[in-house]
Design a binder for this molecule. Structure first.
Ligand code: PAF
Length: 281
């Protein structure tokens, strides 16, 4: 696995691959790799001839300076975790390779960026859309792999690839969970021992609600009980617990079409997000 830090060096390599008729897959990450990321790498390896993993902690998608500062940076151990996958390139761009002096572009995806994390984290999805556009162009990727845990992000990136006529096909991959149900996330590293034991309650609440929603129960009849369970388990502020259409993310009261239930809730100073698919009733 080569570690590349400049877009020019990356371009030399991708041009060579493309001339040879090879396909390129990319897994964009901010590092602190866990089994969820590694499953995306596995998917990419299975589907494309060459695989690039990108590692860039993107300042533009953090609306909270403390969150940016505390974001885990584990470059050496990330490289070690990737070794068994025989990835072709770990692309760790120097900041000026993404945001050169005078950088003046902001990509904003309306519709699917609104509400949920878009409301709770103003500017977040502009930051994501801008950096992902650059990473897809710099890597010349034919396919890009994103986890469904960040389902709203997956919708934003799908929309932007379509609207900008990018050649990259966006592939959504299932959320990978710990044995107790907690969705894997780099932020889980910041949970204290007690909080880590409580955290899977998020998934259990979603599962319970999903069962009832898929039998036709309206969301509003289920919210008080869910809020109570989270509070009793020790969770803090609930940023949102909402039902949205799986396509387009329209707010729903019942799962009258394929839907997803979304949550963002604070525990031990860490913001946990998760979501679950609800088949149409
Ligand atoms: O999901 C992430 O880790 C980031 O939002 C991404 C897609 C790498 C963009 O910085």
């Amino acid at each position: 696995m080569r570690i590349i830090r400049s877009k020019a060096a990356l371009r030399t390599l991708t041009d060579e691959w493309l001339r040879g008729g090879e396909t390129i897959g990319v897994v964009p990450t901010m590092g602190a790799l866990h089994a969820g990321h590694l499953s995306l790498v596995g998917e990419a390896k299975a589907k494309t001839d060459r695989v690039i993993v990108t590692l860039f902690v993107n300042p533009r998608q953090f609306n909270n300076p403390d969150d940016l500062e505390n974001y885990p940076r584990t470059e050496d151990s990330d490289a070690i975790k990737l070794a068994p996958f025989a990835v072709d390139v770990l692309y760790i761009p120097d900041p000026d390779q993404i945001y050169p002096d005078g950088f003046a572009i902001n990509i904003s995806v309306s519709g699917v960026s609104e509400g949920l994390c878009g409301a709770a984290r103003p500017g977040h999805f502009d930051g994501v859309a801008t950096v992902v556009s650059k990473l897809l162009l710099q890597t010349a990727a034919d396919e890009a792999f994103f986890g469904e845990k960040d389902y709203q992000q997956l919708q934003v990136v799908t929309r932007l690839a379509k609207d900008l006529d990018l050649k990259t096909k966006i592939i959504g991959c299932e959320t990978v969970r710990e044995p107790d149900g907690l969705a894997m996330s780099s932020r889980n590293l910041r949970l204290g021992t007690e909080a880590r034991k409580v955290a899977p309650v998020v998934h259990h609440v979603l599962q319970d609600m999903a069962g009832k929603l898929s039998q036709g129960a309206p969301l509003s009849t289920l919210l008080p009980d869910a809020q109570q369970k989270l509070k009793a388990a020790g969770f803090g502020t609930l940023d949102y617990l909402e039902l949205r259409s799986a396509e387009g993310l329209d707010p729903l009261e019942t799962a009258d079409r394929p839907a997803r239930l979304f949550i963002a809730v604070w525990l031990d100073g860490v913001r946990l997000i998760d979501n679950i698919a609800i088949p149409a009733t």
